[in-house]
Design a protein around this ligand. Structure first.
Ligand code: NOJ
Length: 562
C-alpha cells in the first residue's frame, strides 16, 4: 500500500456538531463540546472525524448553506476553537475532515448579495441567472427539496437556479474567477492542518442548461432536475483541476458525495482519480426511488440488499477504493431502515455493524450508531426542523395522500431521525446539554439507550469498539484492510456471507439477516473465530458436518490460514 493511501487505514466518525455535545448550555452542540468528548472518541478507536458544516450560515439547510467559508458560526464557537480542535485531536492521533460545500452558497453570501445588487458586477457570473421575456421561470425543473428550481429576483424577470432550497443558489463553475476563489479557500483550510474534506453534492457542479417545458413527472407539473445536473459531461475538467490545485499537493483524504455510474468510477477513484473515495448510495437509498421521493417508499428484500452491497463492492474494488456507511445525517437510523421494528435489539444491531464493517473500504460511523440509536417519532410535522422533511410532506399531500399517511411515511424517513442529540447518559437531555430546551428534541428512549450504560462487554458500543480494534490494530488488520472481497455462497437468501482473501488467508463473515434460525455450509480446514454476537454458539463450527446453525440475527467472522 502506498504511503499516500493513509486513509485506507482510517476509521471515520461523523459528527453532526449541532447535536453532539453542548458546552455552553444554549441547547446547541458546539466545538468545545466536541473537544470535551475527544477521549470518548479515542477510546472508541476512530482516527478521523468528519464534521458536518460549522461555517457561518443562516442554517436554512443545517449549515449546507454557507454565507462565509472562512469563519466559524458563532453558535459553534469561534475560529480559535476550530484551530484548537484540529490541534488537540492531532495530538491524540485523530485527524479532522470538514464538509466542503461548493455546489452552492447561501443567498446571504456576500457574492450573491453583490450579484443581486448589480447584475453587471463580476459576481453575477458566479451564479446562474436567466432572464425571461414573459416573466415565467426558464423551465419547470423541480429542486431536490420539492420547490421549483428557479426563483425570481424580486421586481424583475430575472431568475436564479438552485438545485436545493431557494436560499442555496448554485455556483457557476464555468467561471474561472469563481473557481480560483474556491481553490484559495480549500487551500486555506488544508494549510491549517485539516486532513481533508467530505465534499457535498460535487457530482452536481456541471449543469446542462436547457430552457423549455419538460414533460412533468409529478402532480406539481414539475420535472426532477437530476438528469440535467448529475455527472454531466465536462465535469471531469473541473474535478481534475480542483484535485490538482488543492487536494493532491496536500495528500488529503477526500470523500465525494457523488453517486457515480460504473463507467465514470475510474476517473473518480482510480489510481489517478479525483478523490480518495466516493459514497455509494445503492444500499443506503435502497428504500427510495431514484428521484429521492421518500413519500413513495420502495419495498426491498434482504436478497436485494445483498445484491446491492455485493455489486457495489465488486465494482469499487475493480476501480479503486470505497467508503462504507449505513448512516449519515441525510438518512434515518439504519436499524429502523433495515430491521422490522419488533426485531430491533442487540443482535440485529451488531449484525448490521459487522455486515458493513468487514467490507472492503473505509468505514464511516455516524454519531450514535455505535450505541444503536434509533429513529425518533415526533408529534407533528411542525416539530421537524429539516427542510427536506417539510418538502417531502408537502409533496405527499399534493400527491393526494391523507395527512396521517403522509406524516407516517415522511416521519419514518426524516433526516431529523439521525439529527437528534447524542445520547451520552440517562441524565438531563441525555447528557447532551444543560439547557431547558434543546434545539431539537432528545429521543425519549435515552433512558434505555445511552453510552454510559453501555460500558460493559455485552453492549453494542463494546461490539463496535471490538470491530474497530480488529480493523486497526490486530493480526487481522491486513486482511480486513487489503483483502479481496468475494461473495460466499449461501442457499438461504436471508444469509449474507462474504469473504476477504489474500494469497494465504481467508476471512469469512456470515450474517443471518432474519429473526429465524438458518444454516450455512463452512469450508474445510481449521477455522478460528474472530468475533461474533453469539459466542456460546461458536463451538459447533468444528463439527464434522461443517454445517453451522445460525441463530436469529447472528453474525460470525471466521479466519483460515491456508
Ligand atoms: C447533501 C447533504 O448531505 C445534505 O444534508 C444537503 O441538504 C445537500 N447536500 C445540499 O447541500
Amino acid at each position: 500500500m502506498k504511503k499516500s493511501d493513509w486513509w485506507k487505514h482510517a476509521v471515520v466518525y461523523q459528527i453532526y456538531p449541532k447535536s453532539f455535545q453542548d458546552s455552553n448550555g444554549d441547547g446547541i452542540g458546539d466545538l468545545k463540546g466536541i473537544i470535551s468528548r475527544l477521549d470518548y472518541l479515542k477510546r472508541l478507536g476512530v482516527n478521523v472525524l468528519w464534521l458536518c458544516p460549522v461555517y457561518q450560515s443562516p442554517m436554512d439547510d443545517g449549515g449546507y448553506d454557507i454565507s462565509d467559508y472562512y469563519h466559524i458560526h458563532p453558535m459553534f464557537g469561534d475560529d480559535a476553537d476550530m484551530d484548537e480542535l484540529i490541534r488537540k485531536a492531532d495530538g491524540m492521533g485523530i485527524k479532522i475532515l470538514m464538509d466542503l460545500v461548493v455546489n452552492h452558497t447561501s443567498d446571504e453570501h456576500e457574492w450573491f448579495q453583490q450579484a443581486l445588487k448589480d447584475p453587471d458586477s463580476k459576481y453575477a457570473d458566479y451564479y446562474i441567472f436567466k432572464e425571461t421575456a414573459d416573466g415565467n421561470p426558464p423551465n419547470n425543473w423541480r429542486s431536490y427539496f420539492g420547490e421549483p428550481a428557479w426563483t425570481r429576483v424580486e421586481g424583475t424577470n430575472r431568475f436564479y437556479l438552485h438545485e436545493f432550497s431557494r436560499k442555496q443558489p448554485d455556483l457557476n463553475w464555468e467561471n474561472e474567477a469563481l473557481r480560483e476563489e474556491i481553490y484559495r479557500m480549500v487551500n486555506y483550510w488544508l494549510d491549517k492542518g485539516l486532513a481533508g474534506f467530505r465534499i457535498d453534492a460535487i457530482g452536481n457542479i456541471k449543469k446542462r442548461l436547457e430552457y423549455e417545458t419538460f414533460q412533468p413527472d409529478g402532480e406539481d407539473g414539475l420535472r426532477y432536475i437530476g438528469d440535467w445536473v448529475l455527472n454531466q459531461p465536462g465535469i471531469e475538467v473541473f474535478l481534475q483541476e480542483l484535485n490538482e490545485r488543492t487536494f493532491r499537493p496536500h495528500n488529503s483524504m477526500t470523500v465525494a458525495e457523488a453517486n457515480v455510474p460504473e463507467e465514470l468510477l475510474n476517473l473518480f477513484i482510480g489510481e489517478e482519480g479525483f478523490f480518495s473515495m466516493v459514497f455509494d448510495f445503492s444500499y443506503t437509498d435502497i428504500d427510495v426511488p431514484a428521484t429521492g421521493e421518500w413519500f413513495r417508499p420502495r419495498d426491498f428484500t434482504v436478497e436485494e440488499l445483498r445484491k446491492a452491497i455485493f455489486s457495489s463492492q465488486r465494482m469499487v474494488q475493480e476501480k479503486g477504493w470505497g467508503a462504507l456507511y449505513l448512516e449519515n445525517h441525510d438518512q434515518n437510523r439504519s436499524v429502523n431502515k433495515y430491521i422490522p421494528e419488533e426485531e430491533i435489539g442487540y443482535h440485529s444491531k451488531t449484525m448490521l455493524a459487522s455486515l458493513f464493517f468487514f467490507l472492503r473500504g473505509t468505514p464511516f460511523i455516524y454519531q450514535g450508531q455505535e450505541i444503536g440509536m434509533e429513529n425518533i417519532r415526533m408529534a407533528s410535522i411542525d416539530d421537524y426542523d429539516d427542510i427536506a422533511t417539510r418538502g417531502q410532506y408537502a409533496r405527499a399531500m399534493n400527491a393526494g395522500l391523507d395527512k396521517e399517511t403522509a406524516f407516517d411515511i415522511v416521519a419514518k424517513r426524516s433526516r431529523d431521525n439521525s439529527r437528534t442529540p447524542m445520547q451520552w447518559d440517562s441524565g438531563k437531555n441525555a447528557g447532551f446539554s444543560s439547557a431547558d430546551r434543546t434545539w431539537i428534541r432528545v429521543n425519549p428512549n435515552y433512558k434505555s439507550i445511552n453510552a454510559a450504560d453501555q460500558e460493559h462487554p455485552d453492549s453494542v458500543l463494546s461490539f463496535y469498539r471490538e470491530l474497530i480494534r480488529l480493523r486497526k490494530d490486530s493480526k487481522y488488520s491486513d486482511i480486513i484492510i487489503s483483502g479481496e472481497f468475494l461473495p460466499y455462497e449461501s442457499e438461504d437468501p436471508c444469509v449474507i456471507a462474504y469473504q476477504r482473501s489474500t494469497a494465504h488467508e481467508r476471512l469469512l463473515v456470515i450474517h443471518n439477516f432474519q429473526n429465524r434460525q438458518s444454516a450455512i455450509r463452512l469450508p474445510k480446514g481449521h477455522l478460528k473465530t474472530v468475533t461474533g454476537n453469539f459466542p456460546d454458539n461458536h463451538t459447533q463450527k468444528d463439527t464434522p458436518q461443517r454445517l453451522y446453525r445460525l441463530l436469529p440475527y447472528e453474525c460470525i467472522a471466521l479466519y483460515m490460514n491456508e
